[in-house]
Design a protein. Sequence first.
Length: 344
Amino acid sequence: MSEQHNGTSWLVGFAAFIIIIAGLKAASQIVIPFMLSVFIAIICAPLMSSLRQRKVPTWLAIILVVMLILVGIGSLAVLVGASLDNFSSQLPSYKARFAEETSSLIQLVNSLGLQISYDQVKGYIDPSALMQMVANALRGLGSALTNLILVVMIVIFILFEAVELPKKLSVALNDASQSLQKFESFIQSVNRYLVIKTLVSILTGVLITLWLWVIGVDFPILWGVCAFLLNFVPNIGSIIAAVPAVLLAFVQLGSLSAGLTAAGFLAVNLIIGNVIEPRYMGKGLGLSTLVVFLSLLLWGWVFGPVGMLLSIPLTIIMKLAFEAHPKMQWLAVMIDSDSSNPRR
């Protein structure tokens, strides 16, 4: 009887999960701005807290934070938008250059005794289609930020609510100190992860931009932004970010520059991913490669490009929530990248 009850519970839970996912997809036009707002508000919370600790009034602190958000997003949108327009206009010339570079490379390979034709390569590799896909993904993110006023308004309300949230929780939980401490610990873990990951991603994007600018690859800011965004995706994000930049370097400057571009991406991600990031973030927030891939597929299908970019932070938040709840810790262990991590 107990086994039948457990089976029914699992079935009901799975059905509820499917219904929730379908509801989120149907309401994606509302949910996406809200997700971006929460993401931005969590990142800005430490700055907000620092200003209030310096006796800055709450309303003035929020105005300063919102102005910083507007300047940052506005500048990024202008730079990326201009680069995307120029990039799209030059796609035909890049395609022609790819044919020339590939032909010379095939001749070199054929001189070594391997018989390969350009038509064979063309059937498997279409760099213009790949680069166009990257451009479309960035445009999808830009379209989510077009309703900037709505996003900023939600951020303002979240920041105002965050000031009163501890008091409300204390009353709602009837001063249950243990429950309040667990919730505060969860919020601090989420906040710490997102802030550190964002700073590390910014460093990654800046270093990639500078390296591509030194080499002479077109649109270094565009590829730096791609590296910044995809750094939120562990394991495979750096590979996805590197592919279009390496292809463009090959098309524009030749094989040597493509190799230098790939080496730059490899060096930056090795240093940041294996030295800097573990030092400040620790090793307890990893996800298995399978979970990363499935998260990309699921949230990308539900929310599009924005869902793919936020899929790993969302999954990390779920993992932290599982770890904070004793009955759900086994789920945190299942999606962790290291099976030897002890339950918290």
